[in-house]
Design a protein around this ligand. Structure first.
Ligand SMILES: [Zn+2]
Length: 160
C-alpha cells in the first residue's frame, strides 16, 4: 500500500491516479443513481399511461409493456451532466424504440412537443450544451429524493 502510494508521488502520477479514482467513484455513483432514476421514470410513466405501476406505454410507439420491459429513454443523447437526470428529458420507452431504433427521435420530439411545448424543448437543448459537473454530494441527495418518490408512488398504488 505504502509503496504504491510513494511510487505515485515520486513518479508524479499521483494527481492523475487520484483523479481517476475520483472519476470511478462518481461514475459508479451515477450508475447507481441511474438505476433508481430509471425505476422512478418507468413507474411515473406507467402510472400516467395505465394507472398502474406494473405496465405502461412506450412514449414513442405507444405499445403497452410490462414495467420490466420498459427502459428510461433519454430525449437528448450524449449523457451530458446538465440534463442526464432531468425527469423532463427521460421517459419510459421500449427496447425497440430506445436501442434498436436509436431513440426514435422524430417521434420523441413530437411526444415532447405534445407533453411540454417547443419553447420548453429548446430550453432543454440549450441546457444540454452548458457545462455542469455532477458532484458526489448531489448524487447522494438526488438518490434519496428519487427513493422517496418511488416509495410515494408505491404507497399511492397500494391504496387504490
Ligand atoms: Zn416503443
Amino acid at each position: 500500500m505504502y509503496s504504491v502510494l510513494s511510487r505515485d508521488i515520486f513518479s508524479g502520477e499521483r494527481a492523475v491516479k487520484i483523479g481517476r479514482r475520483n472519476n470511478t467513484t462518481i461514475t459508479s455513483l451515477k450508475k447507481k443513481l441511474w438505476k433508481i432514476f430509471s425505476i422512478y421514470i418507468r413507474m411515473r410513466d406507467c402510472l400516467e399511461t395505465t394507472g398502474t405501476t406494473t405496465h405502461g406505454k412506450c412514449c414513442t410507439c405507444g405499445r403497452d409493456y410490462p414495467i420490466g420491459k420498459l427502459q428510461a429513454g433519454h430525449f437528448i443523447p450524449g449523457r451530458e451532466d446538465s440534463i442526464l437526470f432531468d425527469p423532463a428529458c427521460v421517459h419510459a420507452q421500449c427496447y425497440r424504440c430506445n436501442v434498436q431504433r436509436s431513440g426514435e427521435w422524430v417521434k420523441y420530439f413530437r411526444f415532447m412537443e405534445k407533453k411540454y411545448n417547443r419553447e420548453f424543448i429548446f430550453g432543454l437543448m440549450e441546457r444540454s450544451e452548458k457545462k455542469c459537473l455532477i458532484t458526489v454530494g448531489w448524487v447522494e441527495l438526488t438518490m434519496i429524493y428519487y427513493l422517496e418518490k418511488i416509495e410515494e408512488m408505491e404507497m399511492e398504488t397500494v391504496n387504490v
